[in-house]
Design a protein around this ligand. Structure first.
Ligand SMILES: Cc1ncc(COP(=O)(O)O)c(C=O)c1O
Length: 499
């Protein structure tokens, strides 16, 4: 048997085997993929001849067009070339280019070289990968969202959507949503605004990003609460900004710190209604001091009001933005906690002077979108479904927090300290040492329980030891068993610590 005959026989036998195994691809795709694999791994070397399409079709029992489809694609991509009168051959240049382009080892894929900013984004308060355990912070009760009603609304608004909603938009969001939001914010959060001041974003995160990029230059400073929210920190770092920590005590971010020891800021980021993650509510004197500091430095305050709806002991605290007329405050809101994070809808309430620049920059940087969802959400709010859902969730979260306290009762009796829990979706447990924090987090991981270490919410090590315990997104049963586990583990470790 000649060498070329044996070669053709090998191709046909190998193809027969490939086509015999189950696959969801079409026959043409499988032929193409098999030949391409062999060309790329060198089994079909440069210059080797393929059997003719007629021969392949006959031997494999395929239609000729099926075979031609695969050969044509390989030809178009440069893996093979047709030589008139001679047949189809593996192309020379392509094989060379492919091997040169691939690095010896695929090191780039395993250890990518990130920018300094990229690395810093990943270094601070790591994104949780396993969100579905009892203590994942910031996750609402996803299964309680009225999905069927929402789907009906989405369908109806989709049918009614004007054609221009499929085009690029530059309105700042669907007007009906901005109007509904404006009414809601005025009434429930004492925010001072007109609908035109509201810019709909894809969550709070996009709002922080816009603010950082539009209002501060690379190298300038943001004052951030310490401990603080990693998501906002990442946006500031990504925009090339430096962060200066503002110490938080039982009254909120410390005003006394604001004039001493810190480089002057361009922006001040705070969560006054419910400090993240400590849970402290900023007192009125601190709020006034903050406004005063912002005026003194002629800078903007970013008020992140992410979960103020869930306040259990009293009515929601009025916003900082609403304290004074034309204050230097950008109010940031989100639907991630009150509805669900995958919705990716949030908003900025902008001071008048910033409305136009922000609208235009957002349309340039991110583009506007989700007009159908925005329109459905406007009806969801205007028809009262939103307020009903929020008040149902408030009751549920109140119960879940009580369950968590109950499960932790043995540890509490022995001295475990929890945050007041007057609001929000998580509690903070204070721990005696960073060693204890590390041991509990490690043991929790082994037991399948996610424990977020409080020290990770500090931008500068070592941070205070503790645990951030989300309870909103977990069922009562999950809370009870994870809470019991934590209580036992804490008691065991703390008693052996002190003894
Ligand atoms: C303090 C704080 N702000 C804002 C958000 C919401 O961000 P987004 O709207 O981008 O989901 C979160 C979510 O975890 C948060 O914890």
């Amino acid at each position: 048997m000649s060498k070329s005959h044996a070669h053709r026989l090998w191709i046909i036998e190998a193809l027969e085997m490939r086509l015999a195994s189950p696959s969801t691809l079409t026959l043409t795709q499988r032929l193409y993929q098999s030949l391409r694999d062999w060309i790329q791994d060198g089994a079909l070397g440069t210059g080797s001849a393929l059997p003719s399409s007629r021969h392949l079709a006959r031997e494999l029992g395929l239609g000729r067009n099926t075979v031609l489809g695969a050969i044509d694609r390989l030809t178009a991509e440069g893996f093979v070339e047709a030589r008139p009168g001679a047949g189809v051959f593996v192309a020379e240049w392509r094989a060379g280019a492919m091997t040169e382009a691939l690095p010896e080892s695929d090191a780039a894929a395993t250890t990518p070289e990130l920018s300094t900013r990229g690395q810093r984004i990943l270094d601070f308060s790591g994104v949780l990968t396993d969100r579905h355990t009892a203590f994942a912070p910031g996750v609402p009760a996803l299964d309680q969202f009225p999905r069927e009603r929402w789907q009906r609304l989405l369908r109806r608004h989709h049918q009614r959507a004007p054609l221009e909603w499929h085009d690029y938009q530059q309105q700042g969001g669907v007007p009906a949503l901005r109007e509904a939001l404006c009414d809601y914010l005025r009434l429930s959060r004492s925010v001072r605004c007109r609908p035109e001041q509201i810019l709909i974003t894809q969550g709070a995160q996009q709002g922080f990003e816009l603010i950082a990029r539009l209002l501060a230059d690379v190298g300038e400073t943001v004052w951030m609460e310490e401990p603080g929210y990693g998501g906002a920190h990442s946006c500031f770092v990504a925009a090339g900004l430096k962060t200066s920590p503002l110490e938080v005590d039982s009254e909120g971010a410390r005003a006394a710190n604001m004039s001493t020891g810190l480089s002057s800021p361009r922006l001040i980021y705070v969560t006054p209604s419910h400090q993240y993650p400590s849970g402290v509510t900023m007192t009125l004197p601190r709020r006034m001091a903050l406004l005063e500091a912002a005026r003194r430095y002629a800078v903007w305050i970013i008020e992140d009001d992410y979960d103020s709806e869930f306040r259990y002991a009293s009515a929601p605290i009025a916003s900082l933005q609403g304290l004074v007329d034309n204050g230097p405050v950008i109010y940031v809101g989100t639907f991630s906690k009150v509805l669900y994070p995958g919705l990716r809808l949030g908003y900025l309430v902008l001071p008048e002077a910033l409305v136009e620049p922000f609208k235009r920059a957002n349309a340039r940087l991110h583009r506007e979108g989700q007009y159908v969802a925005q329109s459905a959400l406007a009806e969801f709010i205007a028809e009262g479904y939103f307020v009903r859902h929020v008040s149902r969730m408030r009751e549920l979260y109140r119960r879940r927090q009580a369950n968590l306290r109950h499960a932790l009762a043995p540890a509490i009796a022995l001295g475990l300290k929890l945050s007041s829990g007057q609001a929000g979706m998580h509690l903070v447990a204070e721990l005696g040492s960073l060693e204890l924090e590390t041991t509990l987090v490690t043991r929790g991981r082994e037991a399948g329980i996610l424990l977020s270490p409080l020290s990770r919410y500090y931008s500068k090590p070592p941070g205070k030891p503790g645990l951030v315990l989300g309870y909103a997104g977990a069922t009562e049963t999950e809370i009870a068993s994870a809470g019991r586990w934590l209580s036992d583990a804490w008691c065991e470790l703390s008693c052996s610590d002190s003894g």
